[in-house]
Design a protein. Structure first.
Ligand code: UDP
Ligand code: MG
Length: 204
């Protein structure tokens, strides 16, 4: 059987210190899998050296693609543009800030290959300031009650999707926060895996 192609979509706004270490961790995790892959960085109007770092990284590497926005269009647009341009059968999104641990990619892949259409990360132990964590807990609680979709961390940036799911999305504004709910409402099989979350070291 032909191996599926993996696409990694990484939105980045002002992440200059994180790009290179993230790439290195990602490659370390993915190379053992022996799947064909591409990495799509979406520079969302960064005003620091993110784009320069990306261009330097890309030199000579065909598996890296860079999409660069003229301004800051937001995370929904960054993800949607990545989804529109990727060629993967299984698509991952992860944040550029190193808070997600690329070492966990195999865990997501295993769950997708066991029959899930969308696997969303759950930052069970979260390293963010309380004024981020509390509103998120409330929103997730309300979303569970109102939609009946049993997801603990709908906004988690670390997710894996089958191609059909990303084809069904049309993200704008703040909609990226609710992707598992849209997918579940379209009868895609949605699951979650607990992920190791890390504090942000650089940037904000
Ligand atoms: N990001 C983006 N555009 C924005 C804001 C953020 O592409 O306007 C990226 C950011 O670089 C990071 C991810 O989206 O890779 C998540 O951002 P952040 O860490 O600020 O959000 P949180 O972890 O609180 O969800
Ligand atoms: Mg973050």
């Amino acid at each position: 059987m032909k191996k599926p192609i993996l696409s990694f979509i990484i939105p980045a706004k002002d992440e200059q210190e994180n790009i290179i270490p993230l790439y290195e961790e990602l490659i370390a995790s993915v190379k053992n899998l022996n799947y064909p892959f591409e990495i799509i960085f979406v520079d969302d109007g960064s005003t620091d050296k993110t784009l320069e770092k990306l261009k330097g990284l890309k030199t000579g590497k065909r598996q890296i693609k860079i999409i660069s926005f003229r301004g800051n269009f937001g995370k929904s647009m960054a993800l949607q543009t990545g989804f529109d341009q990727c060629k993967g059968d299984i698509i991952f999104t992860l944040d550029a800030d190193l808070q997600d641990n690329p070492g966990e990619i195999p865990k997501f892949l295993e769950k997708i290959e066991s029959g899930f259409d969308l696997v969303s990360g759950w930052k069970k132990k979260r390293y963010d300031p309380w004024d981020k964590v509390l509103p998120s807990k409330i929103i997730n609680f309300l979303a569970r009650i109102l939609t009946g979709v049993k997801i603990h961390d709908t906004n988690c940036g670390f997710k894996a999707y089958r191609r059909e799911v990303v084809r069904s999305l049309n993200l704008y504004g703040d909609l990226y926060r609710f992707i598992p709910i849209f997918a579940a409402k379209q009868n895609f099989k949605v699951g979650e895996v607990v992920v190791d979350h890390r504090p942000r070291r650089f940037g904000k």
